[in-house]
Design a protein around this ligand. Structure first.
Ligand SMILES: Cc1cc2nc3c(=O)[nH]c(=O)nc-3n(C[C@H](O)[C@H](O)[C@H](O)COP(=O)(O)OP(=O)(O)OC[C@H]3O[C@@H](n4cnc5c(N)ncnc54)[C@H](O)[C@@H]3O)c2cc1C
Length: 468
């Protein structure tokens, strides 16, 4: 097998033994595995040849991009791990059509930087963007901090290319905004976490780069008060709120404790801390007025003043330069560091309707106090889209208690009309939730699709679909 793989990609691109070290665990080191080999193809044709070989020999195949996934989806015990890292070419950026054509191994921050050079943005952003790659972003349908304005990765893609489990190449590299020619197989591959094929290329949508940002830390009396702010700002700016991120006091305290040089967001501590950012793309909203300030900052300030008088805002600090803006973002982007500063954790990435986030948090806190007295939640939330990262630092660390905590979260979420998986995917981490909670007809349909495309079950086996 190794010789055949070397014949496809060259000996230097087949790693075995000690060389697979950095590919044999996830970012959190919660999962470890030993792949049969890590193979680094340089083209779609090579990916196709590897997959054909794997299919003929019934060898499991696991695609890996930046390996920043948080759901255990790239575990590859005994499998051929196909790393997309060498397929990192930005083939074309076409500013007039507002699109970029890329290979799947392009690092997210690289395509963002290349788009910025053209005055455009690929509006997917989150803490791991310096390592995560487009193929991994598509396969997990990643979310992040700008979903509120621009949608999930799914919404940012015009076309894809994928190698199916028999090695055939499905070329759907459409540059079209409208194409109703049959089933939408692009969306079938997006969010499939590598269980239906390997994404090798994509046509991405680009949007105008904001000429100015208005960014603030805001303290609200409650989450409901924060939603008043969000809706008023959307009205005042024509829907230009790019980010609306919630950090409770416990998060701020932990951040202060573990990050050197971290500072309090306000003079007085507050329970509900929001990072809000509005982007202005038009010169009318962005060009500085006689006072030297961009009008978009004035819109933000006047909404904050109004709401302050009404008691819906308790305190606010508006960034007056890029350094202050970066400090606000650094606090939010330290989420993984803050959450993982104590182990083990029971990680929950859930979504509920925006007006039910407060109820979710109250009920979840009550639940964990009953199931595991002394356990501590560590919360950070993309509040603007209803996504809550509700990590639990358990007191009792036995697997049974961890499972009951997960079940307890699921029950509350489903009761509130939410989802137990918002943006990180299922991988292996949420297989129990899928087995317990996913609609049975939907599960049967997913299994039928998997069996049709991957009858030999070689493509990222054991992920997304629980054992029947
Ligand atoms: C600090 C930090 C912050 C994060 N913040 C966010 C956030 O705000 N929002 C969010 O959504 N996620 C977040 N994540 C999770 C993670 O970054 C995303 O899931 C990201 O999209 C994964 O990309 P990746 O390239 O690292 O994929 P990987 O981890 O390599 O792979 C993820 C899954 O996709 C499959 N896969 C990888 N490449 C391909 C391919 N080419 N074709 C088919 N399948 C493939 C893998 O088998 C695996 O199942 C964060 C992670 C970290 C560490």
């Amino acid at each position: 097998m190794i010789e055949k793989l070397e014949a496809i990609v060259g000996a230097s691109n087949v790693l075995t033994g000690a060389d697979v070290g950095r590919y044999s665990h996830d970012f959190t080191r919660s999962y470890t595995w030993t792949p049969l080999a890590v193979v680094r193809p340089g083209s779609t044709a090579e990916v196709s040849d590897i997959v054909k070989l794997a299919n003929e020999t019934r060898t499991p195949v696991v695609p890996v991009s930046g390996n920043t996934g948080l759901a255990g989806g790239a575990q590859a015990e005994g499998a051929i791990m196909i790393s997309l890292e060498r397929m990192n070419r930005i083939r074309e950026i076409r500013p007039k059509a507002r699109l970029a054509i890329v290979e799947a191994g392009v690092i997210l921050s690289d395509i963002r930087a290349a788009a910025e050079e053209q005055g455009l943005v690929f509006p997917l952003t989150f803490g791991a963007q310096g390592s995560a790659m487009i193929g991994g972003n598509l396969s997990t349908n990643a979310g992040g901090s700008n979903v509120l304005r621009h949608g999930n990765t799914r919404d940012l893609v015009l076309g894809i290319e994928a190698v199916l489990p028999d090695g055939s190449v499905m070329d759907l590299m459409s540059e079209l905004h409208k194409d109703n020619s049959g089933y939408n197989l692009k969306h079938l591959m997006i969010g499939a976490e590598g269980t239906l094929g390997i994404i090798t290329g994509a046509v991405l949508k680009l949007v105008p780069k904001p000429r100015a940002y208005a960014t603030a830390m805001v303290a609200a009396p409650s989450l409901d008060g924060a939603l008043i702010l969000l809706n008023r700002l959307q009205e005042a700016t024509g829907g230009a709120v790019e980010a609306f991120e919630y950090m409770p006091r416990s998060y701020v305290e932990q951040h202060l404790k573990i990050v050197k040089g971290a500072r309090e967001p306000f003079d007085t501590p507050h329970e509900v801390n929001i990072l809000v950012e509005v982007g202005a793309t038009s010169p009318r909203d962005a060009n500085p007025g006689p006072d030297g300030r961009a009008p978009v900052a004035s819109y933000l300030e006047s909404v904050l003043e109004d709401l302050f008088e009404q008691g819906a805002v308790l305190d606010a600090v508006v960034a007056v330069n890029e350094a202050q803006r970066r400090e606000m973002w650094a606090r939010r982007e330290a989420a993984a560091e803050v959450t993982l500063s104590r182990l083990p954790i029971q990680n929950n990435d859930i979504a509920v309707p925006l007006d039910k986030v407060a109820t979710f948090l109250e009920r979840a806190d009550t639940m964990i106090a009953c199931v595991d007295p002394g356990a501590q939640p560590m919360v950070v939330s993309h509040l603007g889209d209803g996504n809550v990262h509700y990590a639990i630092w358990p007191k009792t660390q036995d697997p049974e208690t961890m499972n009951r905590l997960m079940e307890g979260v699921e029950e509350i979420v489903l009761d509130l009309g939410g989802s137990f998986s918002a943006e990180h995917g299922i991988g292996t981490a949420k297989l129990p939730s899928m087995a317990r909670r996913k609609n049975k007809v939907a599960m049967a349909t997913m299994r039928a699709i998997k069996a049709a495309l991957d009858p030999n079950g070689i493509m990222n086996p054991g992920k997304v679909l629980p054992v029947d």
